[in-house]
Design a protein around this ligand. Structure first.
Ligand code: ARG
Length: 451
C-alpha cells in the first residue's frame, strides 16, 4: 500500500520551489531593475515604482542574510507573494510588462554569469598550482607515455604544464560562453513582446548585460547558452578526470611517482597500510554527473516547439548540480596539486625501464645518413636482442650493432643518456629545459591576460 501522504499531487508535481530557490537573489536583482525602468518610462507612477523597489531591496537584504520567502509554486511567485506581505496590493504592479517566461531565464542567466566568474577564478588558481608544481620539477625526469607504455623521457614540468594548458583553454572557453550567456532576455514578455513602451537596453545596462536577446520568441525558448556552458563544464571535468586518473596511477606503489597529502587520502577499515586516493577517484567519478547534465539539456530541448514550454523548468536541476560539482572538484583539486609531493628518484628509476632512449639512437643513425625507417628497424632489432637477454640497451655489444649497420660506433653509448635525450628536444613545444621554461613564461603571460 502506498501511503497517500507519499503520493505526488499535480500542484506538487509542477512546483519548482524545492530547487529554484537559489535563483532568489538574481530574480530580485532583475525585478528591481525592471521596476526602476517601469518608473522611468512612467509605465508605473514613479512613487509606486519607488515603493516596490524599496520593498524588493528589503527582501533582497533578508534573503542575503539567509531569510526565507513565502512558500509558492516557484521562486518567482514566492518573491511576489513575499512582496505582497511587505508592501500590500501595490505588489501586483511589479509584473507589468513581463512574464515568468522572460523572468525565469533572466534570473538563470544572471546566476550562471556569476558562477562562470567563480569557475574562471578557480581555474586560474588550479592552473597556477600546476605551474608552481612544474617550477619545482624543472629538473625532474620521468617517462613520457603513449598507450601508457614508456615512450621517451620528459621533464615532469613538461607533463604538468600540459595540464596547465588544458585548464587555460577551459578558462578561456568559459569567457567565450559568458559573452553569450550575458545577453538580456527580459522584455520578451511571454513570447511576443509587450504593449508597454519598455526600455530593454536600459535594463540590460543596469544589470550589466552585454546585449539583448532580440527576438522575443528566441529569448524565452532557447536554452542554448546552458548547453554551451555544460559542454565547457564537461570539458573541465574531462581534464580534471584525466589528471585524477594519472594521480591514481602515480601514487600506486608500483609507480611511486608522487605522494598525495593526508587530507586527500583515506585509509581502509580493514587494511592498515592503505592510502586510497578517494578524492581523485571521486573527481573522476563525478565527471559522469556533468556529462549527464549536458545530455539532459540537449534532450530537454529537442522536439520542443516554439516558444516557452514547461519542460524548460527541468533545465535547472542539472545545471545547478553541474555548477556545484565542478566548483567542488576544483576546490579540492587545487590544494591537492599544491601539496603533492613528487618523488624524483622514483620517476628517474622508472626511466630505466622500457628502452626510453631507443628513439634517440634511431635519430642518431638518421643524422649519420641512415634513412630513419631503416634506423628504426635496426634499433628495434637491438631492443629485441636486449629483451631476450634481459639486458639494457647500454649492454648490447658494439659487435651486435656493427653487424646491423656500418654506421654503428661507440657514439651509441654516448647517446644513451636521459639528460641528453631531454636536452636535445629543443623544438618548439618540446621537453628541453630551456623550451619548457619558455612555455612556462608564455603560459604565465597568457594567464595574466586574464581572458
Ligand atoms: N518555474 C517556471 C520555469 O522554470 C517559470 C516559468 C513558468 N512559465 C509558465 N508559462 N508556466 O520555467
Amino acid at each position: 500500500m502506498i501511503s497517500e501522504s507519499r503520493r505526488s499531487t499535480p500542484d506538487a508535481f509542477v512546483a519548482s520551489m524545492d530547487f529554484d530557490g537559489r535563483l532568489a537573489p538574481f530574480d530580485l536583482t532583475a525585478s528591481i531593475a525592471h521596476v526602476e525602468m517601469l518608473g522611468r518610462r512612467r509605465i508605473l507612477p514613479r512613487a509606486d515604482a519607488a515603493k516596490i523597489v524599496a520593498g524588493l531591496r528589503r527582501i533582497l537584504a533578508r534573503v542575503e542574510r539567509g531569510g526565507r520567502l513565502v512558500k509558492a509554486e516557484d521562486v518567482h511567485y514566492a518573491i511576489e507573494k513575499t512582496l505582497y506581505k511587505e508592501i500590500g496590493p501595490l505588489a501586483g504592479k511589479m509584473h507589468t510588462a513581463r512574464s515568468r517566461n522572460d523572468q525565469t531565464v533572466t534570473a538563470l542567466r544572471l546566476y550562471l554569469r556569476t558562477h562562470i566568474d567563480g569557475l574562471r577564478a578557480r581555474l586560474s588558481e588550479l592552473t597556477a598550482a600546476f605551474v608552481d608544481q612544474a617550477e619545482r620539477n624543472l629538473g625532474t625526469v620521468m617517462p613520457g607515455y603513449t598507450h601508457l607504455q614508456p615512450g621517451q623521457p620528459v621533464l615532469a614540468a613538461h607533463h604538468l604544464l600540459a595540464h596547465a594548458w588544458m585548464l587555460t583553454r577551459d578558462r578561456e572557453r568559459l569567457a567565450d560562453v559568458r559573452r553569450r550567456v550575458n545577453q538580456l532576455p527580459l522584455g520578451a514578455a511571454a513570447l511576443a513582446g509587450t504593449t508597454f513602451s519598455i526600455d530593454r537596453s536600459w535594463v540590460a545596462d543596469r544589470l550589466g548585460f552585454e546585449g539583448l536577446v532580440e527576438n522575443a520568441m528566441d529569448a524565452v525558448s532557447d536554452r542554448d547558452f546552458l548547453v554551451e556552458f555544460l559542454a565547457a563544464a564537461a570539458l573541465v571535468m574531462t581534464h580534471l578526470s584525466r589528471w585524477a586518473e594519472e594521480l591514481i596511477l602515480w601514487t600506486n606503489p608500483s609507480f611511486g611517482f608522487a605522494v598525495i597529502a593526508d587530507p586527500f587520502v583515506t585509509g581502509s577499515s580493514i587494511m592498515p597500510q592503505k592510502r586510497n586516493p578517494d578524492v581523485a577517484e571521486l573527481v573522476r567519478g563525478k565527471t559522469g554527473r556533468v556529462y549527464g547534465a549536458l545530455t539532459a539539456l540537449l534532450t530537454l530541448l529537442k522536439g520542443t516547439p516554439l516558444a516557452y514550454n514547461r519542460d524548460f523548468q527541468e533545465d535547472k536541476p542539472p545545471v545547478f548540480d553541474a555548477v556545484d560539482t565542478v566548483e567542488a572538484c576544483l576546490d579540492v583539486t587545487t590544494p591537492l596539486v599544491r601539496t603533492l609531493k613528487v618523488n624524483r628518484e622514483k620517476m628517474l628509476d622508472a626511466c630505466r625501464l622500457g628502452f626510453l632512449l631507443a628513439t634517440d639512437v634511431a635519430d642518431a643513425f638518421a643524422r649519420r645518413g641512415v634513412p630513419f625507417r631503416e634506423a628504426h628497424g635496426l634499433v628495434a632489432k637491438a631492443v629485441h636482442y636486449a629483451v631476450e637477454r634481459d639486458i639494457s640497451l647500454e649492454q648490447v655489444p658494439l659487435s651486435f650493432w656493427r653487424n646491423l649497420s656500418s654506421q654503428a660506433g661507440s657514439w651509441i653509448l654516448e647517446t644513451l643518456s636521459l639528460e641528453k635525450a631531454v636536452a636535445a628536444r629543443r623544438s618548439l613545444g618540446g621537453t628541453a629545459p630551456a623550451e619548457v621554461q619558455r612555455q612556462r613564461l608564455a603560459l604565465r603571460r597568457r594567464m595574466q591576460k586574464g581572458r
